[in-house]
Design a protein around this ligand. Sequence first.
Ligand SMILES: Cc1ncc(COP(=O)(O)O)c(C=O)c1O
Length: 466
Amino acid sequence: MTEPSERKEQPTHPSEPPRRRRAHTRSRDLERYADLFARRTQVMRSSAMRDLMAITARPEVISLAGGLPDTSTFPADSFAAQMTRIAHESSAEALQYGPTEGFEETKACILEVMGAEGMAPDPEDLIVTTGGQQAIDLIAKTLVNPGDPVICEAPTYPGAVPAFCSYEADIHQVSTDDEGMRIDELEDLLAALATAGRRPKFIYSVPSFQNPAGVTMSEERRRRLVELAREHEVLICEDNPYGLLRYEGDPQPTLYSLDGGDYVLYLGTLSKILSPGIRIGWVAAPPPVLEKIGLGKQAADLCTSTLTQYFVREYFAEGRWREYIDDLIGIYRARRDAMLDALAANFPEQAEWTHPEGGLFVWATLPDYIDTTDLLAKALRENVAFVPGRAAYVDGRGGSSMRLNFSASAEEELAEGIRRIGSVVSEQVALYETITGEHPTKSGSSRPGPDEEEEPGGEVVPLPKR
Ligand SMILES: Cc1ncc(COP(=O)(O)O)c(C=O)c1O
């Protein structure tokens, strides 16, 4: 493409050829390229967390916005020894392309991880992916035509929304409560879609320590979900990055183990139990589905990083991977407790939050009149960040909720971060109460203000329903 506005600039040395300087204003002009974009780019959306990462990278900001594991806990000596061994013993192979489905040795490590949660798939049913995120993208690429219904939880993993939108899925969200996805609501939705002659392509769920809500699906609901998938012949996409990070309570069976691998596509990742930088995830799926996913992966990136697959092989051979997870569990449990204590101490009584038994997140919900997207701007002025709840919905819900991450900050930082958010929340509550004269309580009823007398039979204005 010729660049009419390119100008020749004088060389700084007579022996240098004239340099071309690009006219940045033209190349940044959207209209120039607008007609070239595919239709799907109109529905592509950015992940709220990715947008926030630039702001929260500032050292003065306490970020409760990321979903980052604390990689500083990984022993540097062990990392150095493994990489050195690879360099000396397998340099040529580790720097080469690898098979699209991943190395057998990587699959053996994945089998160990899945075995720890009671699953034993055939290695032939596995494909290694570039993180769990690629697995989500490949599943959507394989199954979704524009307009196809896809069902997920409300709230759902904010990073899944852009992937489903890219393939123009018609996303339906089913509410969650303390026991995970509301199966009664799911049944109604499946029935309504069936009546309309529409078959959802899959039900996407993060059943354990969900991102973003931190809740875990009860065993009863898991069993019913798997039954429903069979009855309606709908696939389930079980995304389980956090299952091994349990801080209390008893493990729940995975959907994959309950189903036996007919209707459940299982997504795993080493991001939260080893490192997200190595980008190693996987899918376990029935062979016909896996074959198509493999074709999609060939087109996307040929193969997952060979070098990091070699690292994984070395790391698992050392035999300490379970111990490292135990270390993480100890650290994250203390951080979760620090966050829950800080919430109780600093958030007003009108707020509610989840009590996660594992994973990395707490989900807090404020009174309806507080919009957490607006609140984030105020929080950033206090150098603290969270993910506003709307990022986890496709329909504008979640406006008064926020996702809070506790894995990436030390306990004192968590306490200070929650104190700062608590103070901006309290300001908003006080402002609302001053303007309206209302003093709503958590239950939605109103208590009189300090200067008001409680009149028997006086009008009670309930908080709007969340
Ligand atoms: C539920 C869920 N799925 C998938 C991912 C993507 O993880 P990765 O691509 O690092 O494996 C994440 C990351 O936070 C997640 O929370």
